[in-house]
Each structure stands twice: as C-alpha cells, then as structure tokens.
Design a protein around this ligand. Structure first.
Ligand SMILES: Cc1ncc(COP(=O)(O)O)c(C=O)c1O
Length: 395
C-alpha cells in the first residue's frame, strides 16, 4: 500500500530504527501517512513510544510479574515493541497466539490463562514449553492432567469467579469457580502440581481501585477456608486508560492499592502476576478512517463496527477524535456527528455523538484514538473491508 521510498522515513527521525525494528512503514505524522497512502481501507496506526512507555510504567510500577494479554492486540509490531521494552511474559489463549509469540520472541514465557481450552490446545501448549495453565473446574483440571500425561512440572492457576464491580466491560458470569467449588478445586489440585495459584479478573477498564482490594480480601478468605497453601496470585487485567467520558484514577493508585492489600492480607511473600492488555496498548494505537460520504450530520466511514469500532457500536464508547491535518486540539467550530461503517449491515452504526469540524467533508480522514486495544484486534473481513495496513508514527 506504500511504495518502498514513501514507506521509509527520509529525514531525521526521533527513533531512527523503529521502522526497521518493528517492521512497519514509519512516518512522522498521521498526515504524512495519509498523504502517501494509495490503499482504500482504513489505516491502523501504532505509536511505538507510547506503547513502550506504557510497558515501562507497568514493569516498574506493578508489584509483580507483568504478562501482556496478547488478545488485546496481537499485531507482531506490538509484540516486538513490548519485547524491546522488556516484557517477557505473555498471556495467550489459543494455538495461534502460542505460535505467534514463539515465532517472534523465542525466549518468551507463555501462560495459557484461558480457563476453557481444547484438548489440542493443551497438548500443543505443553509441547511448546507452556507450563502455566489456568482452570476453573475439576473437568478442566482432568483435561489438563490427561493431555499433559499428568505432568508434575505445571503451575496451575485456579480462576476465581468474582462479582462484577466497577468495570466498564464486566467479565463476570462466564468463567471462574465459585467459593465452594474453588475450595474443592484448590484441595484437588494441590497434590497434582508443582505450583498452585489463584487468578481473577475484575473486568476490563476497571474504574475503581477498591475492586482489587475487595478481591484480594476474598482470596484471603478462600485460601484460609481451603486450608491449602498457594504459591501465587494473578491479579488479571482490568487496568484502565482514559477515554472521553471515562477518567479513571492514575495507574499508580491501582499499583499502590494492590501492594497495600497484598501486605494487609498476608500475601507479600507470594509470587504476584498481572495480565494487562488494554493498559499496555490502547493509547498507543489509533485508526485512520476516511469519510466516504456526508449526509447532514451522518458520516459514512471506511471503518465501523466490523472493523475497529466494535466497542463504539456495541457499547456506545467514545474515543478521542480529530480530523487529520487539524492542529488545534480543541477546535471551536465543531458539531456532533453519527458514524456509519462501510458494510451493508444497518447495525454498522456508531451513534457517538462524535464532535468534528462543521466543514468536514467526503475525502477527509479522521483519527480515532485509543484503539490500540480491542480495536484492530476485533476487526473482521466482513464485506471485504478489513485493513491490512498498519503504520508506525515516530512522534
Ligand atoms: C484472562 C484475561 N487476562 C487478561 C485480560 C486483559 O484484560 P485488560 O485488557 O482489561 O487488561 C483479559 C481480557 O479479557 C482476560 O480475559
């Protein structure tokens, strides 16, 4: 989609080898990328420095081992950026994710934290050196035992069901052992594995640090009642980023709360893990979408709910938005628009409202920000509109 000469940065760049190191066409600005683009679909954008900074914030601030939840965005460039920033541990869920991370980062440690896996996935994972596996019931424990020939070198993580708290995307209801089942599972698993831990997920984009404190108090109660020692606690993901209409506490408040709660509950000696997805890559990615048609306050774009705007369509999420080439971060001459995506499906609509300049017109490009997590990763090829173009912006 870019010619060889246009895809590379000609003159001084702040980070001179990003375009080589991460394998992406690299530009100074999104306007430069749009100007050089001769494709027809939307463009995915990564900001390597933002992603790298987010990783460093986590690696230095989170009181435990940091696993990147690959599902948030498995783009090879993201994995390379995170690896270069020092991330070595990856939460994976499928054979594809195992092979992807292994091929790019051969020394990565992989954690199969999906509580319900196919037998083939378990076999493949074990053959690929995966020794951390999650389960949330005795049936899954039995499957893991069978498919690993009762391996004695496993670390098993019991996924707990935790009530929906203050997450914008609750994850309660599908996975996790309830209190009594968890006690049975801990007692059953303890003699069968080298190391035993518990894991939980408070829900994605968790807006209240207290959800982590409450859950760690719950873990204390559970472990005491089970009467078996555990080796680790995986605090899951859920760490939030700011979106329009959603201003969470700073990440440091989450790290401090978890640290304090671990000490208070007597867990300071355990191995602590976290599985951030959104917090590592949401702010470091955006989508450039072109206006194909304007009808009043409706804008028809070349990206939509089957592209990277799933959350905007299905959960009415807002994202930072601006017209490419506009320099004023808060332009005054704006009005509210609704977006339609490019597919023939009439549910391909993002109500917004999204504030953009009064004079926006067909042919203009819009940058929709904070889509580095669960944006590009959710895009489908429905109606043939999937974009295979990702660029790096070296700002
Ligand atoms: C098991 C597991 N770990 C980690 C994550 C990442 O969560 P987040 O992106 O909220 O940090 C998810 C998200 O669904 C998950 O299911």
């Amino acid at each position: 989609m870019f010619t060889q000469s246009s895809a590379r940065v000609a003159q001084p760049v702040l980070l001179p080898d990003f375009d080589r190191a991460f394998g992406l066409p690299a530009f100074h600005t999104v306007a430069d990328a749009v100007a050089q683009y001769d494709g027809d679909n939307a463009i995915h954008v990564l900001y390597p420095r933002t992603i790298s900074d987010a990783a460093k914030t986590f690696l230095t601030g989170f009181p435990g081992r940091v696993l990147y939840a690959v599902k948030a965005n498995p783009h090879p460039a993201i994995l390379r950026i995170l690896a270069a920033a020092g991330v070595r541990h990856f939460d994976i869920a499928s054979i594809h994710e195992i092979d992807l991370v292994r091929s790019l980062i051969p020394d990565a440690e992989l954690y199969l934290m999906h509580p319900v896996k196919s037998r083939q996935t378990i076999r493949h994972a074990y053959a690929q050196g995966v020794r951390h596996l999650a389960f949330d019931c005795w049936q899954e424990l039995a499957k893991i035992r069978q498919e690993t020939d009762s391996a004695s070198d496993l670390t098993l993580h019991l996924r707990l069901a935790v009530p929906a708290g203050h997450a914008a995307m609750p994850l309660a209801g599908k996975f996790g052992a309830g209190f009594d089942e968890a006690i049975d599972c801990l007692r059953a698993a303890r003699p069968l594995c080298q190391r035993l831990g518990v894991s939980f997920h408070v829900g994605s984009q968790c807006m209240d640090v207290e959800d982590y404190r409450r859950t760690l108090a719950y873990v204390r109660k559970l472990v005491d009642q089970a009467g078996v020692p555990i080796d680790s606690i995986d605090c899951g993901g859920g760490f939030p980023v700011a979106y329009p209409d959603m201003t969470p506490p700073p990440l440091k408040a989450y790290f401090d709360t978890i640290k304090t709660a671990l000490a208070h509950e007597g867990f300071s000696d355990l191995e602590i893990l976290g599985e951030p997805g959104r917090a590592l890559c949401a702010e470091g990615g955006s989508t450039l979408a072109r206006v194909e048609l304007r009808k009043g306050q409706d804008l028809y774009l070349n990206d939509g709910s089957y592209g990277s705007l799933y959350d905007a369509a299905n959960f009415a999420w807002k994202f930072p938005i601006k017209r490419v080439g506009d320099h004023d971060p808060n332009p005054s001459d704006v009005q509210e628009y609704r977006f339609f995506g490019p597919t023939c499906d009439s549910s391909d609509v993002m109500e917004g409202p999204f504030a953009l300049p009064l004079d926006i017109k067909a042919g203009d490009w819009i940058e929709i920000g904070h889509l580095g997590a669960y944006g590009q990763a959710l895009a489908t090829n429905f109606n043939g509109f999937q974009s295979d173009t990702t660029v790096a912006i070296l700002s």
